[in-house]
Design a protein around this ligand. Structure first.
Ligand SMILES: [Zn+2]
Length: 107
């Protein structure tokens, strides 16, 4: 049985997850940008929310789960077992806000 699949960004073999057939590997996730090409990171908060920040200024929030890898549009989501899963956006797919409540602490 084939237990790997290929990253949809760089085609590198990654652990197979039937639930996430096109997820980006860590290396590609590290290169995600916003629409203007500014680097962004996604994180899980302690309360289970996904949120984004800008690489240049980690205090600056990136407000949604829409992201880009080499110009291709992706969506970031919380993984079923934690972490952040980034998959190609399906045409017409909604953009979700990722801002955490102000009471939440950044971990
Ligand atoms: Zn990759």
């Amino acid at each position: 049985m084939n237990e790997t699949q290929n990253c949809s960004g760089c085609a590198k073999p990654v652990t197979r997850f039937d639930r996430y057939p096109k997820y980006l590997c860590f290396d590609c996730v590290a290169e995600l940008t916003d629409e203007d090409g500014l680097g962004i990171n996604y994180h899980n908060s302690s309360l289970g929310y996904l949120y984004g920040t800008y690489k240049e200024d980690a205090a600056k929030r990136y407000p949604n789960n829409r992201c880009f890898y080499k110009g291709i549009e992706y969506r970031a989501r919380e993984g079923r077992f934690g972490g952040v899963v980034v998959q190609p956006a399906v045409e017409g797919e909604a953009i979700e806000k990722t801002l955490v409540p102000k009471v939440a602490h950044i971990v």
